[in-house]
Design a protein around this ligand. Sequence first.
Ligand SMILES: Cc1ncc(C[n+]2csc(CCOP(=O)(O)OP(=O)(O)O)c2C)c(N)n1
Ligand SMILES: [Mg+2]
Length: 433
Amino acid sequence: MSSAVSAMKIHQPLPLPTTATRSPETPLFDPFKSNSSFLGSTHKLRINSLKSASSGYRRSAVVAVSDVVKEKKLNNSSMVNLITKEEGLELYEDMVLGRAFEDMCAQMYYRGKMFGFVHLYNGQEAVSTGFIKLLKKEDSVCSTYRDHVHALSKGVPARAVMSELFGKTTGCCRGQGGSMHMFSKEHNVLGGFAFIGEGIPVATGAAFSSKYRREVLKEADCDHVTVAFFGDGTSNNGQFFECLNMAALWKLPIIFVVENNLWAIGMSHLRATSDPEIWKKGPAFGMPGVHVDGMDVLKVREVAKEAVGRARRGEGPTLVECETYRFRGHSLADPDELRDPAEKAHYAKRDPITALKKYMTENNLASEAELKAIEKKIDELIEEAVEFADASPHPSRSQLLQNVFADPKGFGIGPDGKYRCEDPKFTEGTAHV
Ligand SMILES: Cc1ncc(C[n+]2csc(CCOP(=O)(O)OP(=O)(O)O)c2C)c(N)n1
Ligand SMILES: [Mg+2]
């Protein structure tokens, strides 16, 4: 039996019981009774967790899938691989692409090729890759201002993302969006959003439209799924709760993916959130809540498989909290002096790319040389993306007010009686327009 086939046999979809379907007898995995290290770098949370475990308060329909996977691994020492070679190589390539792209962004930013805020995704690659590489082209992804890598995972070409960052016409938004507003109709990337939480209702609307097309317009093959990515800080925003409610009420095909990197700019998640376990908010609204180690792409993928499957089968939404970490400052303008070096070092050791590389080589899924070849291919692709972006033209002045919904009169009328925006000097002083 090939390792792929046996892997499929052993790894049946993981259970995500809902409050509606779980009988009281169903044994529930309790992460607090295991050796789980939820938000492992802190003591405070562990104390909170123990308190709630002893009060019995958190007996809700939640499953710590990362721990389930870990336990399976322990209980099945002969367990075969979680992925096939081809799958592993695809995941590796996507994560290396995300990392190398962001590293190049940092270089280009400091060389003055990009403007405004640029938020990098280093460290969080397993989340984007783990979810998006399971999606179909028709499925949608909604992001935040930390959006380059989500767009890349969803298939937007690196050169189109880089050009967008350079503010060039060949960018995926013709240079008009910039770093925080990646959008691609073709790839169903519904946007990055500078305001936190803005993407969540957009994603909920997309999921509603899929359901409407299937159930009201009778498009039987419309089983499209939407994944909304957002941060821990954002999960304290009201739009999150409103959308959880609507998604559960209407059983929408959506997955809410919280990328809990423990920080919202300089605010610790533990200081800002009454109950830091975001996953528990799912069952409160009647949907499964799942916590997963977001530094391990294979665990994320296991959780994603189940959640995407649920959504596609019309069984409704899932809330997934991925425990992850950003390896750089909040944005490239952040000197990153706030976070404890010991915390940074703790997560650096859990680099998701190094972890996958180790898994692949130790399980004979790939040789060092094969992985090196992928890294080289990606380096070349990124070099090419930069050259392409650099050589591409800036948008013409006339593009400035295209797709701007505000009436240009809002800019006022100049002394010559014409709109100010028609004055050739209107944009003087702004970068490269
Ligand atoms: C509505 C709104 N309020 C405040 C801000 C300022 N702001 C920008 S990023 C951020 C923190 C978000 O943290 P998190 O959701 O954890 O995402 P991360 O940056 O960690 O990916 C805040 C408060 C904003 N962009 N939008
Ligand atoms: Mg955060």
